[in-house]
Design a protein around this ligand. Structure first.
Ligand SMILES: C[S@@+](CC[C@H](N)C(=O)[O-])C[C@H]1O[C@@H](n2cnc3c(N)ncnc32)[C@H](O)[C@@H]1O
Length: 236
């Protein structure tokens, strides 16, 4: 086991890194419930899919949504980003549709190799049970509906929700073609004035950056509302 994964080392690293992030976050947004953020972050302290500024930004975007907001996430993996969003939602009818094949199937070559290694070490071929267990552990089960599907097939299955979604977060297949197809398939679902955000803009996933950049130039989004790490968020 790598030194950074030793339980004591992991706890100290969590306390330091999350504590540093929260120090600034509490000053910037004293109105938000950062204890809830910390509770979720503690549960996911082994997660390496996103940084605290990125997780915190998702939490903040979710907190700023209206009560009973409807959210779609494309690419949920084990549910970490999904739970940070769930933690910010308000209202008994707030819901996140978590779209994922839960098998890491991706047309992005680099990702496909990474998922292959990960599933071998997990000894499983799906992350759906882990996703569900994480939601249950944090008490968020009622706020999510996993949609076990390829992204574009899910967009067809959920067609009744076009124009009814408050926030869409895209973090699925990172190839240029797939990201472009996701933007085009899912943008019509967002309400006017709603938000669409992406992970990995400006990261080594250059297909994601290119697709978002081209769609921005083509006028797909009304305005950029924020950037945190490699997350970029747009008003629609
Ligand atoms: C980077 S991971 C998501 C990480 C997660 N958002 C987080 O931050 O914790 C990408 C996910 O997208 C899923 N995925 C890749 N291509 C997909 C597709 N075409 N349709 C649905 N899900 C897909 C993979 O199974 C994987 O779980």
């Amino acid at each position: 086991m790598a030194f950074k994964h030793w339980p004591l080392v992991r706890d100290v690293r969590f306390a330091q890194k999350c504590g540093r992030y929260l120090h600034g976050a509490r000053k910037r947004r004293p109105d938000l419930n950062w204890d809830e953020f910390r509770r979720i972050a503690r549960h996911f302290k082994q997660d390496d899919m996103g940084s605290y500024p990125e997780r915190g930004y998702l939490f903040q975007l979710a907190c700023d949504l209206p009560a009973d907001a409807q959210v779609v996430e494309v690419g949920s993996w084990m549910g970490a980003s999904t739970c940070f969003i769930a933690g910010g939602l308000r209202g008994d009818r707030a819901k996140i549709f978590a779209v994922d094949n839960f098998q890491g199937l991706s047309t992005c070559g680099e990702d496909a190799a990474w998922y292959g290694r990960h599933f071998r070490s997990l000894g499983a071929n799906s992350t759906l049970d882990i996703f569900r267990a994480n939601f249950a552990a944090l008490g968020f089960t009622a706020r999510t509906e996993p949609v076990v599907s390829d992204s574009l097939a899910a967009a067809k299955a959920l067609a009744a929700k076009v124009g009814a979604i408050d926030f869409i977060f895209i973090d699925g297949d990172h190839s240029y073609e797939a990201c472009q197809a996701d933007i085009r398939a899912w943008a019509p679902f967002v309400k006017r004035g709603g938000m669409m955000a992406f992970h990995d803009f400006g990261s080594r996933a250059d297909g994601v950056t290119r697709a978002i950049f081209e769609e921005t130039k083509a006028g797909r989004f009304a305005e950029i509302i924020g950037v945190a790490g490699t997350i970029i968020a747009f008003r629609m």
